[in-house]
Design a binder for this molecule. Structure first.
Ligand SMILES: NC(=O)c1ccc[n+]([C@@H]2O[C@H](COP(=O)([O-])OP(=O)(O)OC[C@H]3O[C@@H](n4cnc5c(N)ncnc54)[C@H](OP(=O)(O)O)[C@@H]3O)[C@@H](O)[C@H]2O)c1
Length: 289
């Protein structure tokens, strides 16, 4: 398989790229900046066509998105171009190339009133990010054989990333307080396990929507406490807050999260518990101390 990873500089794309290299899959990665990547901007159709011409992919993993949820709320026009129109352009290139499309979607397609959600639960996004990602998901799935992977709260040890666990580690190191919502429930997902499951789903030619998340359904505050326990951190720098108190621009789905029975039936396994993944990160932290 020759793979094109759109958004290889991001958390998920970089993890997926490393795994492709380890599995000896020929891989091209894109970014709007930085060396060693093909240039691709989802808002520039010509750059998408040029990257396809260079990579001639058999499988395309669309990890790029405008992921800043409050930023999307403030600039819905740009969010629509990147998160909704961009995937439609990528799907059109995949159709021309005969390539399989794997699109990364989100639990933010739901309103968070009665999660965790199965793949066929009715969607109802409450933010610009959620609405534009849902439009992107639909554009991707309009392509025959496309796979849409819904995930959430992706974390891993990656100093270049601002994922929740890296924020927690950085705040602990700098002595800063960290305000963490105690009323947002979901399934934290370890990036390397997400990447492995997605490559396995693609290899099994899975199509349609699959939830790929960790098995623990817990509040962000409880996840922070679990991480502190695994890392040996005194958790007193973590301050529980209600989402309303954080005054964020975009609404959040509160009782969200995703069910993974469909994933387990397809692969014969789910993702490991968060405690196992956090202990792996604890070992990495120790190496750098
Ligand atoms: N992280 C999570 O918790 C989470 C949860 C649910 C769903 N997802 C979805 O999973 C995917 C990957 O997320 P992530 O955490 O890896 O995101 P990330 O770390 O924020 O990376 C975002 C990627 O998008 C690229 N990008 C941004 N604007 C672009 C544009 N105009 N054109 C082309 N590329 C652009 C960035 O590349 P450059 O800036 O280098 O160009 C970067 O590679 C996204 O689709 C996201 O919606 C993530």
């Amino acid at each position: 398989m020759r793979a094109l990873i759109i958004g290889a500089s991001g958390q998920v794309g970089a993890t997926l790229t490393s795994l492709c290299v380890r599995r000896k899959i020929e891989v091209y990665g894109t970014s709007r900046k930085g060396q060693g990547f093909l240039y691709l901007d989802l808002a520039e159709p010509a750059s998408i066509a040029a990257a396809f011409e260079k990579a001639r992919p058999e499988a395309v993993f669309l990890c790029s998105a405008m992921t800043h949820v409050d930023g999307c709320e403030r600039d819905p026009g740009l969010a629509g171009r990147i998160n909704a129109e961009g995937p439609a352009l990528v799907a059109a290139e995949c159709r021309k190339a005969g390539a399989k499309l794997v699109y990364f979607s989100t639990e933010y397609v739901f309103d968070g009133k009665d999660g965790p959600y199965a793949e066929d639960a009715p969607v109802n996004p409450v933010s610009v990010y959620g609405r534009t990602k849902l439009d992107g998901e639909r554009a991707a799935l309009a392509l025959e054989g496309a796979l849409a992977v819904r995930t959430t709260v992706v974390y891993g040890y990656n100093p270049a990333s601002k994922n929740f666990i890296m924020q927690l580690i950085n705040n602990q190191r700098s002595g800063a307080k960290m305000r963490v919502p105690s009323d947002q429930f979901s399934n934290p997902t370890y990036a390397p396990e997400l990447a492995a499951a997605v490559l396995d789903l693609a290899a099994a030619d899975a199509a349609g929507i699959y939830n790929v998340v960790g098995p623990d359904w817990l509040s962000r505050y409880d996840f922070a406490l679990k991480a502190c326990e695994a890392f040996g951190f005194d958790p007193s720098f973590i301050e529980p807050k209600l989402t309303d108190e954080l005054c964020q621009a975009a609404a959040r789905p509160l009782k969200a999260g995703l069910k993974t029975e469909k994933l387990a039936a397809k692969l014969g396994r789910g993702l490991p518990p968060a405690g196992d993944s956090l202990r792996k990160i604890a070992a990495i932290i120790k190496q750098y101390e």
